[in-house]
Structures are given as structure tokens and as C-alpha cells.
Design a protein around this ligand. Structure first.
Ligand code: FAD
Length: 716
């Protein structure tokens, strides 16, 4: 009842304010107009005018009415800098507290009851760090004043804390505004607008949020660095831990801008991508594809043949490919670029010191202004009972293990239906293994749309892979030399015999053993970073698989640019990492390439979309090449030429996607793709034809009717 009454009073006051047009008095023009009158009143009864102003300020802010900013300027104009600041500082804090209490009284219980569970993390955060958080948003006034008051009322912060933190936090902004107001008072003619004092005051108004942000950063930094002694000077500008894609690119950028940089690699230069990931897997895929094409050579008018090959030779070629590519990532190349490369295991000792256990057994300590953690990820081994007894390979070990084999492993059990599992399952099936692939969920490649998963499954099954979805691996068993995986399918247990088990159930960021725990750097599945890729310590950054959320070589390099630039120049300008257009491709045959949103993601996010689909089976070049399958599927904003996402399934889909990646990045639409000349006959024409489908569906029907009449009239 009390709540209802208070709500009614406030509602009436707010409605009256707008109905009686009272906001007209809280404008810059009204302020200027009434300035002389107010000044006269103030001469007559200074205490009364100051008291009245104070009260009015409390009412305006307490009721969350618009006008607090103008009143702050007015305080400067009427009372001068010191008195104006004192009046506004107390009135604003008091008014803010009134609004805060009103919000708490009316809404706190309701909101906490309804959303308590979801607000748990916020409540805990506020209880622990609420004062500092409030101080930050008061000092950097990016959120409107009244919204902060109302929202804070919904949190558990104490009223007393709210009052004093608000007063201290707002003081700097108050001084800047009141000061601008004092200059406003002197503005009598147009030429005054250009007076240096006025320009300075308003420039101060503009740059204040930036300065305030810097102050907040400095305060935050002091808090986290408190327990660490800072070296007086640094040996290096940057130390990079890990020489995979993220580390190499970070070091490259640092050297290119003439920073002193050290890159530390514990194992192999080039990291996962070169040694265990993209490069060997793509080399394997190529051999496997050729073998498959030989089997189906009759599709091309040639005699089909069962490919005869030594698996050992195939694996030797994989190694040769790695050797050819590895010079791009070699110590020699990076040393030549100006990077100091150390071979050893790095450990972060404090925010500015990295200790390296060098491979020759010695230890070296480096001091550095900044650190980029690019320690990557490793394959996850599922905790299945008996797994160690039966043995297994992962993407890390299979290249070496299989190099010894004359034939592809006989019965290969692939655990996992993600991109890596699918690429390897298909390749080994094509190279002669009898592959069974187990996936816990209902479909393989679950991040893609259902029809894509279905196509991928059909492609794998066509190549002889037995795909078992909705199968949960329970345990491994051994019976003499025989090995089994026990799986659950719809409540029934089943034993699947295998010779080799390949675990491809995902890769987990490397988070232990190199100092994150000791420094208290928060981790979840990855190292926690902000949008600048800074960890808890603003001079320690993370990029690549260790930082997530993506696990690709190209995203690792993309992040590396931000990490390196922010690490080296962040005190001047920091850049937020841009994840707006992230492409990826799964290199099964046919390839599945993807950028932006697919239907599943759009539905999950509640984004409205239109689908345009072009079937590649209709494309001349695909027909000539015997690759007439797959599609280009484009999601656009309904009724607009704005691309939301694209999925391409087909031969060279990963290459074809580049045009859409560029279009999305540069804000180009399907009209532009349609307007660009595509060479005939190429697979890239599929992109143009997809754009053509979209255009046809959006043809202006009414206008075309008129054009038809025009042509009829022209014919006579
Ligand atoms: C089979 C497979 C296929 C893949 N195919 C593709 C693909 O086609 N396209 C694609 O984009 N991505 C692919 N990926 C993913 C890609 O390989 C990774 O996303 C990429 O390598 C990540 O690079 P990174 O620099 O973050 O980490 P990594 O390449 O893992 O490098 C991290 C490096 O840090 C080193 N390190 C760790 N800790 C320390 C320490 N304390 N001191 C010193 N050194 C340390 C490690 O030894 C490692 O060399 C594939 C991955 C696999 C496994």
C-alpha cells in the first residue's frame, strides 16, 4: 500500500513536470535568459536562492527528471566555481540517494525475487567490489546519471556506501561541469564563444571521460599490482610464450615495430597448426582425396582403379610437407626478422618477469614491460575407465605413431564428431581403415545447421565411415589382445571392437604449470581476458587457443595483432578485438565453410533472417569438374541487402567463402556481389548466382508490371 502511494506521488510529479512543460526552464536558452534575474535575486537574498537551488536540484535528481546537467552548468553561472561545486556536489549526492532509495523501496524485492538466481553473480560482485564499481561509473559518466541511481537501488550495495562513493566519484565531473557553467555566464556576444577560457572549459568537458577512464585504469592497476615489486627498468618490451600461430604473429608484429621481443617455445616452432594440426591434416586429406578419386576415376571417363600405395609413404609425404612449410616458422626466419627466440619452458614469476628453463638445462630470467601468453591447447582425453589400458592416439600423437605403419590402422574408432574427428575419420576411411565414429549427441558437426550435419554424415558414410550418433562412450575393455569400447545407445550397452582408438573430443587450453595459478590470473576453460585481450594484469595478454573463444589458426593470428599492439602501444591507444566476421571451414569432402550466423545461431539469438539458397549442382564449372553438389546459403536481414551469414558446402567452399567474408567485413551486400564480374566458368560464380537468387526474390513486382505495359505499348 505504502509502495503504491509513493509510486502514485512520484508518477503524478513526473507527469506534472511534463504536462506543465517545466522542462522548458531547464534548457541552456532559459538559463541564459534568466541569468540576470537570478543574479539580482541572489544579490538580495543569497541564502534563500542557494537554498532554493539546492532543494530544486535534489527534487529534480531525486525524481530522475531530465535537467541535472543544465542545473550543474547553472550552478557555475549563478554561484561561481567554489560555491557552485559545493552546492551541486551535496545536492546531486543527496538527490541520487533519494532516487536510489525510491528504486530500492519500490522495486528491489520484486526484482530480486523474480531474477534472484540470474542476479546471483551480480549480487556477489557488488557485495565484494560494489563500491569500486560504482566509483568507476561515477567517475566515467558513460551511463546516464539517473539510470545509475535507479539500477544501484536494485543491488545489495549499502545506502551509506552509495552516498559517499557517489559524492567522491562525481566530484571531478562536477567541478568540470560547474567550471564550464562559469564560462557560460560570461558569454555575452558571439565572439565570446571563441574565447580561450570557454573553449578550454568545453574541451575539458569533452576530454574529461577519457581522463577519468585513465584514472580508473590506473587505480585498478594499482590494486592488482600491489603485491609485486616492479623492476626499475626492463630488458624487453615484450616476451611471448609459445611459438604457435598466436605467438609467432605477436612476435612478428613486435619486431616489425622495432620493439625488443623474445619468443619462447618449449617444444616445436609453429605449434599445433604446423606440427599436429592444419598442415599435416590437410596433407593427409589431399592424399586421401586422390585415393578416392582413383576409385571413382570412371566418373571422369577413366578406368577406375583400387589405389595401391604404401601408407608409410603417405605419412612420409605428410612429414615432408611439414618440413617444407616449417621454414616459415623457423628460428632462423624469426631471428632474421629481429626476434630473439629461446627454446625452453617459460614460467611467469611476476607481472614483469619470465623465467625460462632453456633446453640446454640452464635458466634465464627476463624482465619485460608486457607479456603475451600464446600457450595454445592440447587434446582432451575423456576420463573413460580402461582407456589407458587399451591405449589411444590423439591429433598430437597420431602423426608419429602412424608413421611406422605400412597400412592404415585396421579398425579405427574415432571418438568425437566435431570438425577434427570428421576430417580424420573420412581421410583414414579413404586410405583403407575401417572407421567407426562415435558421437554423443544426435548429429556430427553440431555447430552447423541440421542439413549441413546431414550432408556431412552422408558424405562420410558414402566413404565407408560407420557414424554412430547418440552413442555415449562408457568404458574401454580389454580381452587379451582384443580391445573394445562399451557404448550406451538409448539405454542399451554395446561393445565395439577396435584396433586403434583416436580421441578427438575437443582441445583444452593449456592453463597450468607456467605461473597463472601463482599470479591469480583467472581462468575458466581459457585464460580470462577483456575485450583488449588483457588478463587480470593489464600488461599480460593472451591470444590464440589459450584465450578462446575460437580455436583456429586464423583467429589466433587475428587476436595476436590486438594482443601485440595493445601490449606495445596500449598506453597511447588500445584496440578492442573485433569478432564481428569470423569465418571457418571444415575440410571434409565436400568442404563446409561458414561465416557469420547460420540458421541455428540466428534462431538461438532471436535474429530475424531470410534464407537464399543456390544449389551448386546447377553450376557449369561444378558439372564439368564432377563436383555438382552442395550449396551456397545466405542469410540476410529481411527486406534488406545486409548479409548476416553464409554457409557454403561444396568443392573449395573454404576458398569460395572469402568473397562473402570481405563483403561482410566491408558492409557490402548481395547487390555488390552480383555487380562484380566473376570469371566463367569458375566455382566462384556460385556466389554470384546465390546473389542472383536473392535479387530475383526481391524484384520490384509492381514496377515490373508497369515496365511490361510499357513494352506492350512500344510494340503498338
Ligand atoms: C588436427 C587438427 C586440425 C586443425 N585444422 C585446422 C584448420 O584447418 N584450420 C585452422 O584454422 N585451425 C585448425 N586447427 C586448429 C589450430 O591448429 C589451432 O587453432 C592453432 O594452432 C592455435 O594456435 P596457438 O598459437 O593458439 O596455439 P599452438 O599452436 O598450440 O601453440 C602454442 C605453443 O605454445 C607452446 N607452449 C605452451 N606452454 C609453453 C610454455 N610454458 N613455455 C614455452 N612454450 C610453451 C607449445 O609448445 C606450443 O608450441 C587444427 C587443429 C588440429 C589439432
Amino acid at each position: 500500500m505504502k509502495r503504491l502511494a509513493l509510486f502514485a506521488i512520484i508518477a503524478v510529479a513526473i507527469v506534472a513536470f511534463f504536462v506543465f512543460d517545466l522542462d522548458q526552464y531547464l534548457t541552456l536558452a532559459a538559463l541564459k535568459e534568466g541569468q540576470a534575474t537570478f543574479a539580482a535575486w541572489r544579490q538580495q537574498s543569497p541564502w534563500l536562492v542557494a537554498g532554493g537551488f539546492f532543494l530544486l536540484y535534489v527534487v529534480v535528481t531525486g525524481l530522475s527528471l531530465p535537467g541535472a546537467a543544465i542545473m550543474t552548468l547553472a550552478a557555475g553561472a549563478l554561484f561561481g566555481l567554489v560555491t557552485g561545486t559545493v552546492l551541486v556536489s551535496f545536492a546531486a549526492s543527496l538527490g541520487a540517494t533519494v532516487a536510489f532509495l525510491v528504486s530500492r523501496f519500490l522495486l528491489h524485492d520484486l526484482v530480486q525475487q523474480r531474477f534472484g538466481k540470474r542476479l546471483k553473480a551480480i549480487n556477489e560482485g557488488m557485495a565484494k567490489n560494489g563500491a569500486f564499481y560504482l566509483f568507476t561509473i561515477r567517475l566515467v559518466p558513460v551511463f546516464p546519471f539517473f539510470i545509475v541511481n535507479l539500477l544501484m537501488g536494485l543491488t545489495p550495495i549499502r545506502t551509506r556506501t552509495f552516498y559517499w562513493v557517489s559524492q567522491v566519484g562525481m566530484l571531478a565531473a562536477t567541478v568540470v561541469y560547474v567550471n564550464a557553467g562559469t564560462q557560460l555566464a560570461r558569454l555575452d556576444s558571439l565572439s565570446d564563444i571563441l574565447s580561450p577560457e570557454l573553449l578550454l572549459s568545453f574541451a575539458l568537458l569533452g576530454v574529461f571521460p577519457l581522463i577519468a577512464k585513465k584514472i580508473v585504469r590506473a587505480i585498478q592497476a594499482r590494486r592488482v599490482y600491489r603485491r609485486w615489486p616492479r623492476p626499475a627498468r626492463f630488458d624487453r618490451n615484450l616476451v611471448v610464450i609459445g611459438a604457435g600461430a598466436a605467438g609467432l604473429v605477436s612476435a612478428y608484429i613486435a619486431a616489425a615495430v622495432k620493439a625488443k621481443v623474445t619468443l619462447i617455445e618449449a617444444h616445436k616452432m609453429g605449434g599445433d597448426c604446423l606440427n599436429y594440426g592444419c598442415v599435416p591434416s590437410k596433407a593427409l586429406i589431399k592424399s586421401a582425396k586422390l585415393a578416392q578419386q582413383m576409385r571413382h576415376a570412371d566418373h571422369y571417363g577413366l578406368e577406375k582403379t583400387d589405389p595401391r600405395f604404401s601408407f608409410r609413404q603417405v605419412m612420409a609425404r605428410v612429414r615432408q610437407v611439414i618440413r617444407t612449410v616449417e621454414r616459415h616458422d623457423s628460428i632462423e626466419r624469426y631471428t632474421g626478422l629481429g626476434v630473439e627466440v629461446l627454446q625452453g619452458y617459460a614460467r611467469i614469476m611476476d607481472p614483469w618477469t619470465v623465467e625460462v628453463k632453456l633446453n640446454d638445462g640452464t635458466t634465464q630470467r627476463l624482465t619485460t614491460r608486457s607479456i603475451v601468453i600464446a600457450a595454445g591447447a592440447r587434446p582432451v582425453i575423456p576420463p573413460l575407465p580402461g582407456i589407458e589400458e587399451v591405449g589411444y592416439v590423439t591429433s598430437d600423437t597420431l602423426w608419429e605413431e602412424f608413421a611406422r605403419l605400412d597400412q592404415a590402422p585396421g579398425r579405427l574408432l574415432v571418438l568425437g564428431g566435431g570438425p577434427i574427428g570428421c576430417e580424420l575419420a573420412q581421410s583414414f576411411a579413404r586410405l583403407g581403415s575401417q572407421v567407426t565414429q562415435i558421437q554423443r549427441g544426435p548429429r556430427i558437426m553440431p555447430n552447423e545447421d541440421e542439413e549441413v550435419s546431414a550432408l556431412a554424415r552422408a558424405a562420410l558414410e558414402r566413404d565407408g565411415v560407420t557414424v554412430l550418433t547418440d552413442h555415449q562412450a562408457l568404458r574401454c575393455e580389454r580381452d587379451g589382445p582384443r580391445k573394445f569400447m562399451v557404448v550406451d545407445h538409448q539405454g542399451n550397452e554395446r561393445r565395439i571392437e577396435f584396433d586403434t582408438l583416436l580421441c578427438a573430443v575437443g582441445r583444452a587450453a593449456r592453463l597450468r604449470g607456467y605461473g597463472l595459478e601463482e599470479l591469480g590470473i583467472p581462468t575458466d576453460r581459457t585464460v580470462a581476458t577483456n575485450e583488449y585481450l588483457e588478463t587480470l594484469y593489464p600488461n599480460i595478454f593472451a591470444a590464440g587457443d589459450v584465450a578462446g573463444p575460437y580455436q583456429f589458426t586464423h583467429t589466433a593470428s587475428h587476436q595476436a595483432w590486438y594482443a601485440a599492439v595493445n601490449a606495445l602501444f596500449g598506453n597511447l591507444k588500445r584496440f578492442k578485438v573485433d569478432y564481428s566476421v569470423i569465418p571457418w571451414c571444415t575440410f571434409i569432402d565436400p568442404e563446409v565453410a561458414h561465416v557469420g550466423l547460420n540458421e541455428r545461431q540466428a534462431q538461438e539469438k532471436g535474429v530475424a533472417y531470410e534464407v537464399t539458397k543456390y544449389g551448386i549442382d546447377d553450376l557449369d564449372r561444378a558439372i564439368t569438374d564432377g563436383a555438382a553438389y552442395g550449396f551456397v546459403k545466405v542469410l540476410t536481414v529481411p527486406g534488406k541487402d545486409r548479409i548476416l551469414g553464409v554457409t557454403i558446402v561444396g568443392e573449395h567452399a573454404g576458398d569460395l567463402l572469402a568473397e562473402f567474408v570481405l563483403a561482410m567485413k566491408q558492409g557490402l551486400g548481395l547487390n555488390e556481389i552480383l555487380g562484380a564480374i566473376h570469371i566463367y566458368p569458375t566455382l566462384a560464380e556460385a556466389n554470384k548466382f546465390a546473389a542472383g537468387e536473392w535479387k530475383r526474390a526481391h524484384a520490384p513486382q509492381r514496377l515490373l508490371k508497369w515496365v511490361e505495359r510499357y513494352h506492350a505499348w512500344r510494340r503498338g
